[in-house]
Write a protein that binds this ligand. Structure first.
Ligand code: L34
Length: 293
Protein backbone atom coordinates (compact mmCIF):
# COMPACT_ATOMS: atom_id res chain seq x y z
CA UNK A 1 0.00 0.00 0.00
CA UNK A 2 1.48 3.31 -0.98
CA UNK A 3 -1.61 5.06 0.28
CA UNK A 4 -1.44 7.15 3.42
CA UNK A 5 -2.68 5.29 6.51
CA UNK A 6 -5.79 6.36 8.36
CA UNK A 7 -4.85 8.31 11.47
CA UNK A 8 -6.10 6.79 14.73
CA UNK A 9 -6.68 9.96 16.69
CA UNK A 10 -6.33 9.07 20.35
CA UNK A 11 -6.64 12.68 21.32
CA UNK A 12 -10.12 12.85 19.78
CA UNK A 13 -11.26 9.53 21.26
CA UNK A 14 -9.98 10.63 24.66
CA UNK A 15 -12.07 13.80 24.35
CA UNK A 16 -15.14 11.68 23.61
CA UNK A 17 -14.47 9.46 26.63
CA UNK A 18 -13.99 12.50 28.87
CA UNK A 19 -17.33 13.83 27.65
CA UNK A 20 -18.96 10.49 28.52
CA UNK A 21 -17.33 10.55 31.95
CA UNK A 22 -18.48 14.10 32.54
CA UNK A 23 -22.09 12.87 32.42
CA UNK A 24 -21.32 10.02 34.82
CA UNK A 25 -19.57 12.41 37.19
CA UNK A 26 -22.59 14.74 37.09
CA UNK A 27 -24.88 11.81 37.94
CA UNK A 28 -22.62 10.92 40.90
CA UNK A 29 -22.58 14.56 42.01
CA UNK A 30 -26.38 14.47 42.15
CA UNK A 31 -25.96 11.68 44.73
CA UNK A 32 -23.44 13.79 46.64
CA UNK A 33 -20.33 11.94 45.42
CA UNK A 34 -17.40 13.67 43.73
CA UNK A 35 -14.94 11.12 42.34
CA UNK A 36 -11.50 11.94 43.75
CA UNK A 37 -8.08 10.93 42.44
CA UNK A 38 -4.95 11.27 44.57
CA UNK A 39 -1.96 11.94 42.32
CA UNK A 40 1.40 11.21 43.92
CA UNK A 41 4.62 12.32 42.25
CA UNK A 42 7.98 11.73 43.90
CA UNK A 43 10.86 13.73 42.46
CA UNK A 44 11.19 16.12 39.54
CA UNK A 45 11.32 13.92 36.44
CA UNK A 46 10.32 16.46 33.75
CA UNK A 47 8.30 13.99 31.66
CA UNK A 48 6.44 12.76 34.76
CA UNK A 49 5.65 16.36 35.68
CA UNK A 50 4.00 16.85 32.27
CA UNK A 51 2.00 13.60 32.51
CA UNK A 52 0.83 14.35 36.04
CA UNK A 53 -0.18 17.87 35.10
CA UNK A 54 -2.17 16.48 32.14
CA UNK A 55 -3.88 14.02 34.50
CA UNK A 56 -4.87 16.70 36.98
CA UNK A 57 -6.15 18.98 34.20
CA UNK A 58 -8.25 16.13 32.83
CA UNK A 59 -9.76 15.48 36.28
CA UNK A 60 -10.80 19.12 36.59
CA UNK A 61 -12.28 19.08 33.09
CA UNK A 62 -14.70 16.24 33.88
CA UNK A 63 -15.60 17.61 37.32
CA UNK A 64 -13.53 15.20 39.39
CA UNK A 65 -11.33 16.18 42.33
CA UNK A 66 -7.57 15.76 41.99
CA UNK A 67 -5.54 15.71 45.22
CA UNK A 68 -1.99 16.66 44.31
CA UNK A 69 0.88 15.22 46.38
CA UNK A 70 4.37 16.30 45.24
CA UNK A 71 7.19 14.88 47.29
CA UNK A 72 10.92 15.60 46.97
CA UNK A 73 13.12 12.95 45.34
CA UNK A 74 14.78 12.37 48.72
CA UNK A 75 11.51 11.26 50.39
CA UNK A 76 12.15 8.13 52.46
CA UNK A 77 10.19 5.04 51.45
CA UNK A 78 8.37 4.82 54.78
CA UNK A 79 7.11 8.38 54.36
CA UNK A 80 5.60 7.51 50.98
CA UNK A 81 4.07 4.35 52.48
CA UNK A 82 2.59 6.43 55.31
CA UNK A 83 1.03 8.83 52.77
CA UNK A 84 -0.53 5.88 50.93
CA UNK A 85 -1.99 4.62 54.23
CA UNK A 86 -3.57 8.02 54.80
CA UNK A 87 -5.01 8.07 51.26
CA UNK A 88 -6.30 4.49 51.66
CA UNK A 89 -8.26 5.65 54.72
CA UNK A 90 -9.55 8.91 53.19
CA UNK A 91 -13.17 8.49 51.97
CA UNK A 92 -12.89 11.44 49.55
CA UNK A 93 -10.13 9.56 47.69
CA UNK A 94 -11.53 6.90 45.31
CA UNK A 95 -8.42 6.36 43.23
CA UNK A 96 -4.71 6.52 44.03
CA UNK A 97 -2.05 6.97 41.38
CA UNK A 98 1.65 6.84 42.20
CA UNK A 99 3.42 8.05 39.08
CA UNK A 100 6.28 5.81 37.92
CA UNK A 101 9.21 5.66 37.78
CA UNK A 102 10.05 6.17 41.46
CA UNK A 103 13.48 7.24 42.72
CA UNK A 104 15.89 4.30 42.94
CA UNK A 105 15.92 4.10 46.75
CA UNK A 106 12.19 3.34 46.82
CA UNK A 107 10.95 -0.21 46.26
CA UNK A 108 8.27 0.01 43.58
CA UNK A 109 6.69 -3.37 44.35
CA UNK A 110 6.35 -2.47 48.01
CA UNK A 111 4.64 0.82 47.11
CA UNK A 112 2.21 -0.74 44.61
CA UNK A 113 1.37 -3.42 47.20
CA UNK A 114 0.49 -0.74 49.75
CA UNK A 115 -2.30 0.81 47.64
CA UNK A 116 -5.72 -0.55 48.65
CA UNK A 117 -6.78 -2.78 45.70
CA UNK A 118 -10.19 -1.07 45.47
CA UNK A 119 -8.48 2.34 45.11
CA UNK A 120 -5.92 1.10 42.60
CA UNK A 121 -6.48 3.60 39.76
CA UNK A 122 -3.66 2.05 37.68
CA UNK A 123 -4.57 -1.61 38.17
CA UNK A 124 -0.97 -2.30 39.20
CA UNK A 125 -1.67 -4.02 42.54
CA UNK A 126 -0.70 -7.72 42.28
CA UNK A 127 -4.24 -8.73 43.27
CA UNK A 128 -5.69 -6.77 40.35
CA UNK A 129 -2.98 -8.03 38.00
CA UNK A 130 -4.02 -11.57 38.97
CA UNK A 131 -7.70 -10.80 38.45
CA UNK A 132 -6.93 -9.32 35.04
CA UNK A 133 -5.05 -12.45 34.00
CA UNK A 134 -7.91 -14.77 34.94
CA UNK A 135 -10.47 -12.45 33.36
CA UNK A 136 -12.21 -11.24 36.50
CA UNK A 137 -13.64 -7.74 36.77
CA UNK A 138 -10.93 -5.32 37.99
CA UNK A 139 -9.40 -1.93 37.20
CA UNK A 140 -7.29 -2.42 34.05
CA UNK A 141 -3.89 -0.76 33.55
CA UNK A 142 -4.57 2.51 31.76
CA UNK A 143 -2.22 2.38 28.77
CA UNK A 144 -3.12 -1.13 27.57
CA UNK A 145 -6.80 -0.50 28.26
CA UNK A 146 -6.52 2.68 26.21
CA UNK A 147 -4.95 0.71 23.34
CA UNK A 148 -7.84 -1.78 23.40
CA UNK A 149 -10.40 1.03 23.47
CA UNK A 150 -8.72 2.76 20.49
CA UNK A 151 -8.75 -0.42 18.42
CA UNK A 152 -12.39 -1.14 19.18
CA UNK A 153 -13.64 2.41 18.65
CA UNK A 154 -11.85 2.58 15.28
CA UNK A 155 -13.45 -0.67 14.14
CA UNK A 156 -10.34 -2.84 14.47
CA UNK A 157 -11.80 -5.50 16.74
CA UNK A 158 -8.84 -7.65 17.83
CA UNK A 159 -10.95 -10.84 17.73
CA UNK A 160 -9.21 -13.48 15.64
CA UNK A 161 -6.36 -11.14 14.69
CA UNK A 162 -2.69 -11.76 15.27
CA UNK A 163 -1.55 -9.01 17.62
CA UNK A 164 2.20 -8.70 17.95
CA UNK A 165 3.24 -6.65 20.96
CA UNK A 166 6.86 -5.57 21.00
CA UNK A 167 7.90 -4.96 24.60
CA UNK A 168 7.22 -6.90 27.81
CA UNK A 169 6.97 -4.23 30.48
CA UNK A 170 4.64 -4.58 33.47
CA UNK A 171 2.95 -1.31 32.45
CA UNK A 172 2.25 -2.08 28.78
CA UNK A 173 3.38 -5.31 27.12
CA UNK A 174 2.41 -7.91 29.71
CA UNK A 175 -0.96 -6.44 30.69
CA UNK A 176 -1.92 -5.73 27.05
CA UNK A 177 -1.26 -9.39 26.22
CA UNK A 178 -3.41 -10.45 29.20
CA UNK A 179 -6.27 -8.16 28.13
CA UNK A 180 -6.31 -9.04 24.42
CA UNK A 181 -6.07 -12.81 24.89
CA UNK A 182 -9.24 -13.02 27.03
CA UNK A 183 -12.28 -14.73 25.56
CA UNK A 184 -14.22 -11.48 25.80
CA UNK A 185 -15.73 -8.75 23.66
CA UNK A 186 -13.03 -6.46 22.29
CA UNK A 187 -10.40 -9.14 22.81
CA UNK A 188 -10.12 -12.83 21.73
CA UNK A 189 -6.95 -12.12 19.76
CA UNK A 190 -3.99 -14.37 19.08
CA UNK A 191 -1.22 -12.57 20.94
CA UNK A 192 2.54 -12.74 20.51
CA UNK A 193 4.75 -10.84 22.95
CA UNK A 194 8.05 -10.12 21.24
CA UNK A 195 11.03 -8.40 22.85
CA UNK A 196 14.78 -7.79 22.63
CA UNK A 197 15.40 -11.55 22.94
CA UNK A 198 13.12 -12.49 20.02
CA UNK A 199 14.83 -14.26 17.14
CA UNK A 200 14.14 -12.49 13.81
CA UNK A 201 12.17 -9.72 15.46
CA UNK A 202 11.52 -7.97 12.13
CA UNK A 203 10.10 -11.18 10.67
CA UNK A 204 7.87 -11.59 13.71
CA UNK A 205 6.60 -8.02 13.39
CA UNK A 206 5.74 -8.65 9.74
CA UNK A 207 3.36 -11.39 10.91
CA UNK A 208 1.20 -8.86 12.73
CA UNK A 209 -2.31 -7.87 11.74
CA UNK A 210 -2.08 -5.43 14.63
CA UNK A 211 1.39 -4.30 15.66
CA UNK A 212 1.88 -2.62 19.04
CA UNK A 213 5.23 -0.91 19.62
CA UNK A 214 6.13 -0.48 23.28
CA UNK A 215 9.88 -0.72 23.13
CA UNK A 216 11.17 2.64 24.30
CA UNK A 217 13.49 3.18 21.33
CA UNK A 218 12.76 6.23 19.15
CA UNK A 219 11.48 5.28 15.67
CA UNK A 220 12.57 1.65 16.04
CA UNK A 221 9.82 0.24 13.81
CA UNK A 222 10.55 0.88 10.12
CA UNK A 223 8.30 0.35 7.08
CA UNK A 224 10.04 -2.92 6.12
CA UNK A 225 9.03 -4.46 9.48
CA UNK A 226 5.32 -3.87 8.86
CA UNK A 227 2.95 -5.91 6.75
CA UNK A 228 0.98 -4.08 4.04
CA UNK A 229 -2.31 -3.00 5.57
CA UNK A 230 -1.41 -3.67 9.22
CA UNK A 231 -2.82 -1.57 12.05
CA UNK A 232 0.03 0.04 13.97
CA UNK A 233 -0.28 1.30 17.54
CA UNK A 234 2.64 3.34 18.80
CA UNK A 235 2.90 3.39 22.59
CA UNK A 236 6.36 4.97 22.68
CA UNK A 237 6.92 8.49 23.97
CA UNK A 238 10.52 9.56 23.47
CA UNK A 239 12.09 12.97 23.77
CA UNK A 240 14.70 13.55 21.11
CA UNK A 241 16.92 16.62 21.02
CA UNK A 242 15.88 19.12 18.39
CA UNK A 243 17.37 22.60 18.43
CA UNK A 244 14.73 23.84 15.97
CA UNK A 245 11.99 23.30 18.58
CA UNK A 246 11.31 25.97 21.23
CA UNK A 247 11.73 23.43 24.07
CA UNK A 248 14.96 22.03 22.59
CA UNK A 249 13.35 18.62 22.00
CA UNK A 250 10.48 17.00 20.19
CA UNK A 251 8.45 13.92 21.02
CA UNK A 252 8.58 10.86 18.78
CA UNK A 253 7.16 7.39 19.17
CA UNK A 254 8.72 3.95 18.74
CA UNK A 255 7.53 3.93 15.13
CA UNK A 256 9.07 5.71 12.15
CA UNK A 257 5.79 7.44 11.40
CA UNK A 258 6.73 8.94 8.02
CA UNK A 259 7.78 5.58 6.59
CA UNK A 260 5.30 3.26 8.30
CA UNK A 261 2.27 5.43 7.53
CA UNK A 262 2.91 4.73 3.82
CA UNK A 263 2.44 1.03 4.45
CA UNK A 264 0.00 0.58 7.32
CA UNK A 265 -3.78 0.76 6.93
CA UNK A 266 -4.08 2.75 10.16
CA UNK A 267 -1.61 4.21 12.64
CA UNK A 268 -1.59 6.23 15.87
CA UNK A 269 0.38 9.47 15.97
CA UNK A 270 2.75 10.53 18.77
CA UNK A 271 1.86 12.80 20.44
CA UNK A 272 -1.93 12.69 20.28
CA UNK A 273 -2.29 8.92 20.12
CA UNK A 274 -2.06 6.52 23.04
CA UNK A 275 -0.89 9.12 25.63
CA UNK A 276 -4.22 10.94 25.98
CA UNK A 277 -6.02 7.56 26.09
CA UNK A 278 -3.92 6.54 29.11
CA UNK A 279 -5.27 9.56 30.93
CA UNK A 280 -8.87 8.97 29.86
CA UNK A 281 -8.76 5.39 31.18
CA UNK A 282 -7.27 6.58 34.47
CA UNK A 283 -10.29 8.85 34.94
CA UNK A 284 -12.58 5.98 33.99
CA UNK A 285 -11.03 3.70 36.64
CA UNK A 286 -11.49 6.40 39.25
CA UNK A 287 -15.13 7.01 38.30
CA UNK A 288 -15.77 3.25 38.49
CA UNK A 289 -14.15 3.14 41.94
CA UNK A 290 -16.33 6.03 43.08
CA UNK A 291 -19.45 4.22 41.83
CA UNK A 292 -18.50 1.13 43.85
CA UNK A 293 -17.67 3.07 47.02
N1 L34 B 1 1.72 4.86 37.77
N2 L34 B 1 3.01 5.61 36.01
C1 L34 B 1 1.83 5.18 36.47
N3 L34 B 1 0.75 5.03 35.66
C2 L34 B 1 0.85 5.34 34.35
O1 L34 B 1 -0.20 5.15 33.54
C3 L34 B 1 2.05 5.84 33.84
N4 L34 B 1 2.20 6.25 32.54
C4 L34 B 1 3.48 6.02 31.86
C5 L34 B 1 4.59 6.54 32.78
N5 L34 B 1 4.35 6.30 34.20
C6 L34 B 1 3.15 5.94 34.71
C7 L34 B 1 1.66 7.40 32.07
O2 L34 B 1 0.78 8.01 32.65
C8 L34 B 1 3.33 6.86 30.61
N6 L34 B 1 2.21 7.74 30.89
C9 L34 B 1 1.82 8.83 30.08
C10 L34 B 1 0.70 9.61 30.37
C11 L34 B 1 0.35 10.68 29.56
C12 L34 B 1 1.07 10.98 28.45
C13 L34 B 1 2.18 10.23 28.15
C14 L34 B 1 2.55 9.16 28.96
C15 L34 B 1 0.68 12.15 27.60
O3 L34 B 1 -0.04 13.01 28.04
N7 L34 B 1 1.20 12.23 26.37
C16 L34 B 1 0.93 13.29 25.42
C17 L34 B 1 2.17 14.17 25.22
C18 L34 B 1 2.78 14.64 26.47
C19 L34 B 1 4.00 15.50 26.27
O4 L34 B 1 3.85 16.59 25.68
O5 L34 B 1 5.10 15.08 26.68
C20 L34 B 1 0.61 12.65 24.08
O6 L34 B 1 -0.09 13.28 23.29
O7 L34 B 1 1.08 11.54 23.83
Amino acid sequence: MTQQAILIEGKRVAETIRAELKDEVAALAARGVTPGLAVVLVGENPASQVYVRNKEKACAEVGMAAFDHRLPASTPEDELLALIDTLNADPSVHGILVQLPLPKHINETKVLNAIAPDKDADGFHPMNVGKMLIGEECPLPCTPHGVQELLVRYGHDPAGKHVVIVGRSNIVGKPLAAILMQKKKGANATVTVAHSGTKDLAGMMRQADILVAAIGVPEFVKADMVRDGAVVIDVGINRVEDATHPKGYRIVGDVDFAGVSQKAAAITPVPGGVGPMTIAMLLKNTVEAAKRA
